[in-house]
Ligand binder design. Sequence first.
Ligand code: AMP
Ligand code: MG
Length: 351
Amino acid sequence: MDTIIKKYDETHRDPEVIEQAAAILQAGGLVAFPTETVYGLGGDALNPHASARIYAAKGRPSDNPLIVHIADMEALEVLTAGVPEKGKLLAQAFWPGPMTMIFNKSAAVPLETTGGLDTVAVRMPSHFTARELIRGSGVYIAAPSANLSGRPSPTCAEHCIQDLSGRVDMIIDGGRVQIGLESTIIDLTCEVPVILRPGYITREMIEAVIGEVELDRTLFMERPDPDLRPKAPGMKYRHYAPKGEMAIVEGSREAVAEKINSLTYAHEERGEKCAVISAEEDLSLYRARNVFNIGGGHDEEAVAANLYATLREMDDLGIEYIYSESFAGSGLRAAIMNRLIKAAGHRIIQA
Ligand code: AMP
Ligand code: MG
């Protein structure tokens, strides 16, 4: 199929773009669109055929449920079997924004959209284009990230074009996203809510609103434990992965630099293509040919925003081995580190 590519953002507001995208969604077609977290691959959440098309276009396992994007609180009455008080408080505090909540689903939501689960993931995005599209189409939009399954999530329209051109009906180009990491997911169907995926809305921010929450124990394991299954089915897959073999190197600043330099020296001697992911202030410590500046080590927002584009750039350059500094810590660092560990297939080297 030919994929229509059109611009729509605050400075390009051609109503025909939204009308065209709305018609596609209403007919069960697929539209990739920007949100503040990453680009989403949208289809009508209440149409099981549209959900099936999303899985096919991404090559995504069909037990991996989709997040439903809404533009107003009334949508919760249609999609859920009730919203607990803590859910209402979180919605007030963080919606529209980069937080997804899991509720018990209503009968209106097909099992194709929820990967066979009785629960539904819902998010109200804040991005201008996403809101215009949801409102303009009148559709609750089921949307996973708009990448091929296993590839790093898309943070600009070019990434969607690389992965999905010819596989979806339309891609709306709204420029670079603001945040660059997928939403925080929190399960509100349990007595004590559980964070299933860390994101821009941190544990600390959530606990300030609703008190104690738990973290899914599988999130930060160095080695996946075969007896423990993450509660968000998607978290068990190798995600966010560059094509090269990646490892995170931990230790003091000097030890990390020494370790990475010796590893990259050996690769380059063998004629292998390797690269280093470095904080801005450490760039001069590395001697490899390819050293990528991921942003200031104390500027987590920049690191988050640059991460996926950097991993994709490695693929474009045909990098075979990647060594990254560690960004371990709390707050937004927890989300960055979770994605890095997954990109690295849980390989962590102690320097
Ligand atoms: P993506 O949209 O590609 O960022 O992936 C959506 C994530 O949300 C995946 O990790 C899913 O497993 C998770 N998710 C969606 N719906 C549910 C649900 N009902 N229960 C638990 N996790 C969910
Ligand atoms: Mg994804």
